[in-house]
Ligand binder design. Structure first.
Ligand SMILES: Nc1ncnc2c1ncn2[C@@H]1O[C@H](CO)[C@@H](O)[C@H]1OP(=O)(O)O
Ligand SMILES: [Mg+2]
Ligand SMILES: [Mg+2]
Length: 280
């Protein structure tokens, strides 16, 4: 049995180290490369930070497996087995990082038997360390977190992102959901530019609900535990059970806000994270 406290301690230590590297890189030249499209960006810092985290974990936990955003981009499989697995987004909010828009996170989840046991999100420009262990609560810099107790969506702030998919059909669906939610009306719609921080805002009680279609498992693994341990709920955008590989999520303060969002969201299905790579 892996010792979850030592895993949590290691995740926090390596996230802090990664955050230092990201902060230093912010003042250097940021050379931007494209991934799947002109708006899907990656920098050398994403790759460097992912290697730093994986190397450091491998030294301490040599038998553990990894799902890392940049390793998957480089061709590694994205499969969640029952084995102890670290799920890593070295920079969540790369577009923010490239523009020095001040919300950037390191997201580290640890799963066993396909269940997230430890979640660490380090919002490194705000120096906020969000941590959660299953059954043991969620914290920010050691202070306990609790979701908002608001049950009226019209008194709520909802956060979401537009994603990197600019296909007109996908953009239409994204705007349809946004129009429905905005017109309820809600107090406001926000987006920090990082899925992990959006989820931590739900856990902190300043945003009632977050939803997105197009996110990946490394964006949401750690944040999902922070939300549920702060008392929030997670579900698929169609109201079903959350599937970390499905690229769709609602994270809300309570079931009534989450179910209200389900009614307003126009769902679509991006290719799953664990689907075999498309043949060219
Ligand atoms: N295709 C996609 N659609 C929607 N969100 C995506 C996405 N790819 C990545 N994201 C993540 O969603 C947020 C912004 O939309 C970021 O957390 C970003 O993570 P990233 O910065 O690690 O790429
Ligand atoms: Mg990300
Ligand atoms: Mg990333």
């Amino acid at each position: 049995m892996a010792n979850l406290q030592s895993i949590m301690d290691h995740a926090v230590a390596v996230a802090r180290k990664a955050g230092e590297v990201v902060r230093e890189a912010l003042s250097d030249d940021r050379k931007v490369m494209m991934k799947s499209s002109a708006v899907d960006l990656v920098t050398q810092t994403d790759q460097k930070v992912e290697q730093l985290i994986i190397q450091s974990v491998k030294e301490k936990f040599p038998s553990h497996r990894f799902i890392g955003e940049e390793s998957v981009a480089a061709g590694e499989a994205c499969v969640l087995t029952d084995d102890p697995t670290w799920i890593i987004d070295p920079i969540d909010g790369t577009t923010n990082f490239v523009h020095a828009f001040p919300f950037v996170a390191i997201s580290i989840g640890f799963a066993m038997n396909k269940q997230v046991e430890v979640g660490v999100v380090y919002s490194c420009l705000e120096d906020k360390m969000f941590t959660a262990r299953r059954g043991k609560g969620a914290f920010c810099n050691g202070e306990p977190l609790a979701v908002s107790d608001q049950t009226d969506i019209q008194q709520s702030i909802i956060s979401t992102e537009f994603g990197a998919n600019r296909d007109p059909e996908a953009v239409d669906k994204i705007f349809c959901s946004l129009r429905n939610i905005l017109s309820l009306p809600v107090h406001g719609v926000r987006g920090a530019g990082t899925a992990a921080i959006n989820m931590c805002l739900v856990a902190s009680g300043c945003v009632e609900g977050y939803y997105e279609i197009g996110v990946h498992v490394w964006d949401i693994a750690a944040g999902s535990l922070v939300v549920s341990e702060a008392g929030g709920v997670l579900m698929d955008v169609d109201g079903g059970e959350l599937d970390l590989m499905s690229r769709r999520i609602i994270a809300a303060n309570n079931r009534s806000i989450a179910e209200r969002l389900v009614k307003e969201i126009t769902p679509f299905r991006p290719p799953r994270d664990d689907s075999p790579p498309q043949k060219l």
